[in-house]
Design a protein around this ligand. Structure first.
Ligand SMILES: [Zn+2]
Ligand SMILES: [Zn+2]
Length: 269
């Protein structure tokens, strides 16, 4: 269901000089602009998985970066195996647009440059004091899926993506300052009349399960996002209470444009 007030799944992480976009759901560049970030400013695009809601605006990110960058600006894309073929197909779909712009602008002489790296685990980025590590998650039958841990100056944030609880995520998130986790309200989804909606119960974490992951990993802050069903005004306390029942750290509801600071220089929680 399209929520008129909420963009698709995407999280922006600033770490040191780095600006990382994790997933690129519907409306991502509009929300990024509101956060003061343009496609040309991205250090890398990180993809947790290739479900359409997480990559709806991949073409927009690629093209907008291309036409708004002066000079070569390869877009680095780090995702699970399968990412390269999706990026290739996206570029193929953009073929007419690419040819129009090359024909029309004297200073655009080549198609968008992308640098795709596929990973399921391990250290995938280590530049400018920023380290990014990856671990597999469990969102079967969607596979492979991955989570990211971004570390800078002894502070770290983990982006879980869509997953049920799993040991590899627990290990990746261990001791992190923040865990950003997609969640569904199983108590509400279970009551929905359509089986197609109830199908999602088996491959997402509930609010309690995400909070239990946060508790096992000993993270400081849990940020809930990708709410299903949409979080209705007035329900905020219910969502927080479900998380706080099993996790005694800070809980943030990841509404669009929410900003959370962690680590050194962060205001006290
Ligand atoms: Zn998914
Ligand atoms: Zn999703």
């Amino acid at each position: 269901m399209v929520d008129p007030h909420r963009a698709g799944p995407s999280t922006l992480v600033r770490a040191g000089e780095g600006v990382f976009l994790i997933d690129c759901g519907r409306g991502v560049l509009m929300r990024a602009a509101a956060a003061g970030v343009q496609a040309a400013n991205l250090t890398a695009l990180l993809l947790t998985h290739l479900h359409s809601d997480h990559i709806t605006d991949l073409a927009d990110v690629i093209v907008t970066r291309w036409v708004t960058s002066f000079g070569p600006a390869p877009l680095r894309i780090i995702g699970p195996p399968g990412t390269a073929s999706v990026v290739e197909a996206t570029l193929a779909a953009l073929g007419p647009d690419i040819s129009y712009r090359i024909a029309h602008h004297a200073d655009i002489t080549e198609p968008p440059r992308v640098q795709v790296e596929e990973h399921v685990e391990g250290l995938v980025f280590n530049e400018g004091g920023v380290r990014i590590t990856v671990a597999p998650t469990d969102h079967r039958p969607v596979e492979p899926t991955i989570a990211f841990r971004i570390t800078h100056d002894h502070s770290s944030a983990v982006l879980a993506g869509d997953t049920v609880p799993c040991q590899t995520l627990d290990e990746l998130a261990s001791g992190a300052d923040a865990l950003v986790h997609t969640v569904i309200r199983k108590d509400l989804v279970e009551q929905m009349p359509a089986q197609r909606i109830r199908d999602i119960l088996d491959y997402h974490s509930s609010v309690e399960q995400a909070a239990a992951t946060a508790a096992r990993a000993g993270v400081g802050t849990l940020v809930l996002t990708h709410y299903v069903p949409p979080l209705l005004p007035g329900q905020e306390d219910q969502w927080r209470a479900q998380a706080s029942a099993v996790f005694d750290g800070r809980v943030e509801l990841g509404d669009d444009l929410l900003q959370v600071s962690v680590g050194r220089g962060a205001p006290p929680a």
